[in-house]
Write a protein that binds this ligand. Structure first.
Ligand SMILES: Cc1cc2nc3c(=O)[nH]c(=O)nc-3n(C[C@H](O)[C@H](O)[C@H](O)COP(=O)(O)OP(=O)(O)OC[C@H]3O[C@@H](n4cnc5c(N)ncnc54)[C@H](O)[C@@H]3O)c2cc1C
Length: 495
């Protein structure tokens, strides 16, 4: 092991998944790391509550299996055996439509109509709406510039143009709201849905793009099966989404323990100032016991964009202005536990999304106890109700009692849940979800260019290049690589 006195030093601000991933990567590069977080616990928005046989997630309850970042991290901390996929019998989403929950069309993936039969059979669209989706392949591709950050369009404009207004309102809008809690008229395709945005440009239509994707996947599945390890088959083995059997919090808690064992110091303090000195960076903050000051060769700022903006303002007001312009939306999650007999619906899906045009307040329901084992005691069910988002911003400011009342009215109508809940748990997230509005990719380009002028500084987190946990971990690791390669290190003897 390298002598502490000659190791380069980094401060990581924020112990969410981005900050923890950055710290892990810096340790691998033999840096001495201090992680500073205001909350005093690792994981940021991730958190799990366990009580009397219930397991309630505070925010994220699952992550995409198709990307390897979380699966690899879970393996490094020795938790691979704790991975669980969504139960195979409920791997489908329902859409609330005309007073009942109807399965999303077979093969339909957010914007891509996967199968003709799925569209023809769905009762979520009128005959005219179905024909309009089937005609998507004949809608001329809009000519768009290639390889430029200015190529963007709102989700609503893109979906209406390609699939028709009815498919947008009945399918795309509710499925997207369940992921980004965003206003689809402002959500930018280039940042939020790059895969589908590229399909039009590269394949001419969503139909053609999805067919090409499915064909490529079929070839990979048959051609590669003998060479794949366990993780390569994650999609097939677990389905599209995974969790950890004891809850998502086991990921940051396990990683933080591993980091501590590898010499990382965790400090509880709110960072208040960041400044470049001739030979190093200086971070100031306030902790429970008073001011804290840390000096380091490099700093990774893995904070929400507004907090990052405040810190960098003194060094770079232009960068701060770009960061401050990234908007966030709030939301509330009300988790309700019922006796099984008090819920009429069979809960035979992963959850239900609710189109805005249906005039309800719930954005989506997640049927937690149907998806994963151990989320509710025997003969009970756990349902999470998602409320708020960019188009219903007042909800997050409601007191706990009216929020629970609102959620109970929603589940009574949507899944026939009656009677007194055996568990209620409310989580309000004020401004926790970054909104990738049209122009976000260009803004992130300007942010990167500005950061590039500060050796030893990097940004990471959900604000920039993906809100999902795998993408956030990737951003932390990239940030660590950037500071390792850009920090202006003095010779070891003078450190
Ligand atoms: C309600 C909700 C549900 C979600 N569901 C899913 C899901 O199912 N699947 C999925 O993949 N993703 C989901 N996400 C997204 C994903 O969980 C987040 O994008 C990701 O965890 C954010 O990680 P982060 O490190 O960027 O930020 P955060 O987790 O926000 O961490 C930032 C950290 O910075 C600290 N901090 C803030 N200011 C300061 C300061 N001045 N000084 C020191 N510390 C400070 C905070 O205490 C916090 O620990 C969800 C997000 C939310 C909010």
């Amino acid at each position: 092991m390298m002598d502490d006195r000659v190791m380069p030093r980094a401060v990581v601000l924020g112990a969410g998944m981005a900050g923890l991933a950055a710290a892990e990567s810096l340790v691998e590069s033999h840096w001495k790391v201090t992680v500073i977080d205001a909350s005093g616990r690792p994981g940021g928005v991730l958190g799990t509550r366990r009580e009397d046989g219930w397991l309630v997630e505070r925010s994220a309850d699952t992550f995409l299996a198709a990307r390897s970042e979380v699966i690899d991290m879970v393996a490094r901390i020795g938790l691979s055996d704790a991975l669980v996929g969504v139960a195979p019998e409920v791997r489908r989403a329902l859409v609330w439509h005309g007073g009942r929950g109807i399965p999303a069309p077979d093969g339909f993936r957010l914007l891509a109509p996967g199968s003709v039969g799925g569209i023809l059979r769905t009762s979520l669209l009128s005959p005219a709406g179905r024909l309009r989706v089937l005609a998507e392949r004949f809608v001329p591709a809009r000519s768009r510039p290639r390889d430029t950050a200015d190529d963007d369009e709102s989700l609503e404009s893109f979906a209406v143009r390609r699939l028709g207004r009815e498919a947008f309102e009945n399918l795309v809008q509710p499925l997207a709201a369940g992921i980004w809690t965003a206003d689809p008229a402002r959500l930018g395709m280039a940042a939020a849905c790059p895969e589908f945005f590229a399909m039009e440009r590269d394949a001419g239509s969503l139909w053609a793009g999805e067919r090409a994707r499915l064909a490529a996947r079929a070839t990979a599945d048959t051609g590669d099966s003998s060479r794949r390890g366990d993780h390569g088959t994650a999609g097939a083995r677990y389905g599209q989404f995974l969790t950890l059997v004891d809850g998502m919090e086991s990921l940051p808690v396990g990683l933080a323990a591993r980091l501590r064992a590898n010499g990382v110091t965790f400090v509880t303090a709110r960072a208040t100032a960041l400044a470049r000195r001739t030979t190093h960076w200086r971070v100031e903050g306030s902790g429970d016991d008073g001011p804290v000051i840390h000096e380091a060769d490099a700093v990774v700022v893995a904070l929400p964009a507004a907090a990052a903006a405040t810190l960098v303002r003194g060094e770079d007001p232009v960068l701060a202005a770009e960061l401050a312009a990234i908007e966030y939306a709030g939301s509330a999650i009300v988790s309700l536990g019922f006796s099984r007999g008090d819920v009429a619906h069979p809960l035979d899906a992963a959850g239900m999304v609710v189109p805005r045009r249906e005039g309800r307040r719930a954005l989506a329901l997640s049927f937690s106890s149907s998806k994963f084992p151990g989320r509710a005691p025997d003969a009970a069910v756990l349902v999470r109700v998602f409320l708020g988002g960019a188009l219903d911003p007042e909800v997050v400011h409601l007191e706990e009692a009216p929020l629970v009342d609102l959620a109970r009215r929603e589940v009574e109508v949507l899944i026939g849940a009656r009677g007194q809940p055996r568990l209620t748990h409310v989580e309000r997230w004020h401004g926790a979800m970054p909104q990738y509005h049209v122009g976000h990719v260009a803004r992130v380009g300007r942010v990167s260019a500005a950061v590039g002028r500060h050796p030893g500084l990097a940004l990471a987190g959900a604000a920039y290049e993906g809100v999902g946990i795998p993408q956030v971990i990737a951003s932390g690791r990239r940030a660590a690589e950037r500071v390792v390669s850009s920090a202006a290190l003095p010779p070891a003897g003078v450190r």
